[in-house]
Design a protein around this ligand. Sequence first.
Ligand SMILES: [Mn+2]
Length: 426
Amino acid sequence: MHFNSSLTQIESLPLTGDPTPDDFETDKDLVELPLTKHSGTALANDGPSLSQRNNSLVNQKSEELHNTFLAHKQERQLVILQDFPDPDALSSAWAYQLIAQQYDIKCDIIYAGALSHQENIALVKLTGLPAQRWTLQTLKGKDLSSYQGFALIDNQGTTSQLVPLVQEAGIPIVVVIDHHSLQSDIKSDFFDVRPSVRATATIFTQYLQTGLLTLDSSINQHVKCATALMHGLRSDTNRLMQAQEEDFMAAAYLSRFYDAQLLNAILQANRSKRVMDVIERSLKNRIVQNNFSIAGVGYLRYDDRDAIPQAADFLVTEENVHTAVVYGIVHDEDEELEVIIGSLRTSKLTLDPDEFIKEAFGQDSSGRFFGGGRISAGGFEIPMGFLSGGNENSAYAKMKWEVFDSQIKQKLLRLVNPKDNPIQPE
Ligand SMILES: [Mn+2]
């Protein structure tokens, strides 16, 4: 606060050597100066600047989180991530765990799906990030009575299969910290959802900066967590290209603690052959209309699910394409379940992925949307229910894929090209 008010003062001070108003008429090089002066005055009159407002919000949220932790001292919590957690979720959950530790709160970071992206596996392995995979089966075998609450980090419970079961077990939701658009109204003791922030890692770095945890470069775990947060922040901002002031400020702070070599090692993780195969399929199957690239990639194994966002990342780089949607049927052999999984990537600033996906696919019978998103990226999951399985018969499997493929294309193309009906009567 102090810093900002003095900054405003400096900016509104007249510049030394400022020409007198009479000089403007004669000196053409200085025509811009009255504007500079004007904006200085405007700053002083407009009340708190954007960064001042942000600072006071961050301070208020940190204080609230501190009080929430105090109220839950010595408890045990679950930190639930989306089924397929990304670096932003993983690193933020770790920061949450380290902050909570100071209040003698013990956290278990869990996710139901898989770490399928090579980079995510590298992140977890190389930093020793303490996330555990709990399938629905694992969860059923656990004694949940030792947990007094759960936290949702980088999600709002709509992308995790574990949440309904944990709620059924009577565990209350204590904390929600996320940057996706508001998904539903959830009640929690602490709630910080800021869709204007590009990464949850930015929100957590801000908490660290306000003193919720003092990072120390001589503590190995702190260095690794700072590295993980840097990775999360980078990967949710398309390597900082979509980062805004707050994200850069957070990255600047992390730069004091993170290990650049470790981050480099994480980023070097190569694409597996199976991911390359899916990218190849997406290239072969794509249709491009009105600068949208749409590709169905057929059936995928559960562990290869993250090939879909990687294929979308790739398709959106094509010339004349601003938005790519890639989807496939992901088959979970353990559970005999199938689900359509899709990813959207866009470089078009005026396209809101959250709105686009909700508009394209709508809601299920319980009013839950099939997907959503944040700035520049989104995803959807459509359970296939009764139509799951039975793929031993390849003619049936092929027919099933064709039906779902056509249906998804119809729904997408209705928005991409409203006049066109992709299914022509024969
Ligand atoms: Mn995120």
